[in-house]
Ligand binder design. Structure first.
Ligand code: PMP
Length: 360
């Protein structure tokens, strides 16, 4: 067996220890004679898996007691609709558009009310985070929405926007659990788990309790009402049980690694290796304003599309996979999530140095 270094933006690399453990437990989970995949979601065994996953996540993120943790289906994209349907009590919300995912969320919200674009970085291909210290927040806005780490463009909010007292809603899909955060600053933080946490097919939404009400937009389906899932402890219907099990394993892995402060240090070290090289390279360059660079997604280009394609092809042959950039940016993108070992980034930088020597 040989595993590659997988730089995919998601679904993405998972910790090898976690995969091995899951493989060991595949046929017979802890003596119960069946796989977690085959287990009733109402069984005591699964209940323990779910409860432990939630408790470990609460521990990692220091989630205050007045927040619910929901394990939901429909991916992060379903939250684009659930959020306005559940939160737009006055029919209005403010969106900060810093990439395709924020834009999609903003466009979706327009179906349900007045969604104002109060800031954007589209003028420069989303290569920076706009100044959000004194925005024109709408008096009637029920919340202010951001995408905290922009997976495609490789930017990250280093400072949360000044929402002037309004509820902050944040899509943290591509920076979930990459560093400690103060949950109390958010009304909702949510993310698809397929980047930094587990297999695809689930979103975790962490919601302040006062935002979970029956007073939702008329016609909101039962399944798209936060209260449905909060009241049922994420077991209103059959959840993505195997995904919850895998996420639970990753939470335990993160705790064993030392928690989110240690992950932050590790992630900063990995990102620095790559950014430092990009800053000194005569061939490659980063596409993002340095102060807004993401620790998770690192886009870069040579400036020559043919050379970019050659790089991606040769990197793949060298065991460095999924480095092709998103079609809207071109070039390359290295996603270096929690589970990417530092050796993976070192190998990538060494390969880039060699490629540069051969091609400049
Ligand atoms: N938000 C962000 C920041 C993303 O990167 C993605 C997926 N790449 C999404 C939302 C959409 O996620 P999903 O495919 O789970 O709906």
């Amino acid at each position: 067996m040989s595993r590659v270094y997988n730089f995919s933006a998601g679904p993405a690399v998972l910790p090898e220890e976690v995969l091995r453990e899951a493989a060991d437990e595949m046929l017979d989970y802890r003596g119960c004679g069946m796989s977690v995949m085959e287990m009733s979601h109402r069984s005591g065994m699964f209940e323990t898996i779910l409860n432990e996953a939630e408790a470990d996540l609460r521990d990692l993120l220091q989630i205050p007691d007045n927040y619910k943790v929901l394990f939901l289906q429909g991916g992060a994209s379903q939250q684009f609709a659930m959020i306005p349907m559940n939160l737009m009590k006055h029919g209005e919300a403010d969106y900060i558009v810093t990439g395709q995912w924020a834009k999609k969320a903003w466009q979706e919200a327009q179906k349900y009310g007045k969604a104002n674009k109060i800031a954007s970085s589209e003028d420069k291909t989303f290569s920076y985070i706009p100044d959000c210290s004194d925005l024109d927040i709408s008096p009637n806005a029920d919340y202010v929405y951001i995408c905290e780490n922009n997976t495609i463009y490789g930017t990250k909010f280093k400072k949360l926007p000044n929402t002037k007292g309004k509820t902050l809603v944040s899509d943290v899909s591509s920076c979930f659990l990459s560093e400690p955060v103060d949950v109390s600053k958010y009304g909702i933080l949510y993310g698809g788990v397929q980047k930094n946490i587990g297999p695809a097919g689930m979103v975790i939404s962490i919601i302040r309790e006062d935002l979970i009400t029956e007073d939702v937009m008329k016609g909101t389906p039962t399944m798209l009402t936060f209260k449905t899932h909060a009241d049922a402890g994420s077991l209103y219907n059959t959840p993505n049980s195997y995904c919850i099990y895998m996420c639970g394993k990753v939470f335990k892995w993160l705790k064993n690694m030392g928690g989110l402060a240690v992950m932050k240090e590790r992630n900063e070290k990995k990102a620095k290796l790559l950014y430092d090289f990009l800053d000194e390279s005569h061939l490659f360059k980063g596409t993002v304003v340095p102060k807004d660079r993401s620790l998770m997604n690192v886009p870069f280009v040579t400036g020559n599309a043919q050379l970019d394609a050659k790089f991606v092809k040769e990197a793949k042959e060298a065991g460095l996979e999924n480095l092709k950039g998103h079609r809207s940016v071109g070039g390359m993108r290295a996603s270096i999530y929690n589970a990417m070992p530092i050796e993976g980034v070192e190998t990538l930088v060494d390969f880039m140095k060699k490629f540069e020597k051969e091609n400049v």
